[in-house]
Design a protein around this ligand. Structure first.
Ligand code: SF4
Length: 220
């Protein structure tokens, strides 16, 4: 899904792949002052010729001059938002092999740099200290969660699905017409399932097991 490639943009301030970063030196005090000689208008008043005069040099600290975007020096990798079939393009910024930010790709004709609220939070899917990394199981009537091995959970889910299907499978209707459906269970996809996962869930549960109720909130 990810696709690294060279990129000529970003005014040379973003490192692409393994190329040496071309750091742009901060502007001198004189250059910085010149940049901010902008017209100044007072709100609530009609603009006058006096207002249109450029402002004088603005105050700033030496420290401010050396500040830069947190993306400076980052490697950019192009990707596609994994959440839905709109397929918004993203820029994935990494430093030292760690993702530091994910933003919309302004060169994409689909999203033109924008992302919906879900896509805009893709970074938190990749890096989130609250992410649960173990299977948690709460037995019937228990008040505490237990950590379980993944293999144990997969086996148990498979067995439960098999049992439910065998109990609920309807081969024919009352007139003898073939149905081959299961109505005693269903699936509800979560917001972080991507479109490939949803495709496989639909294929397994509808075409494979005959489950009627297959639902997801994403645009798939
Ligand atoms: S989830 Fe949002 S950002 Fe991601 S592809 Fe769909 S519309 Fe685009």
């Amino acid at each position: 899904m990810f696709n690294s490639r060279s990129h000529a943009g970003y005014n040379g301030r973003i490192k692409i792949r393994a190329e040496q970063p071309k750091l742009v030196p901060p502007p001198s005090i004189k250059e910085h002052s010149a940049m901010f000689k902008l017209p100044f208008f007072q709100t609530g008043k009609a603009a006058t010729a006096q207002d249109a005069k450029p402002r004088g040099p603005q105050p700033f600290s030496e420290q401010t001059l050396h500040k830069a975007s947190r993306l400076e020096g980052a490697t950019v990798t192009e990707g596609v938002c994994p959440y839905c079939a709109v397929g918004c393009a993203q820029h994935i910024y990494t430093k030292g092999g760690q993702i530091i930010d994910i933003e919309g790709n302004p060169h994409s004709p689909i999203n033109e740099g924008t992302l919906c609220p879900k896509g805009a939070n893709t970074f938190q899917l990749a890096r989130n200290p609250h992410r649960v990394k173990h299977v948690l199981y709460r037995a019937p009537y228990a008040t505490e969660w237990e950590e379980k091995p993944l293999d144990w959970a997969m086996e148990r889910i498979a067995q439960k699905v098999k049992d439910a299907r065998e109990a609920g499978y309807v081969a024919k209707d009352s007139d003898g017409n073939r149905l081959g459906i299961v109505r005693n269970m269903g699936t509800l996809g979560g917001a972080t399932l991507d479109n490939e996962e949803n495709y496989l869930i639909k294929k397994l549960f509808s075409a494979g097991l005959g489950v009627v109720s297959v639902e997801n909130q994403a645009r798939i």
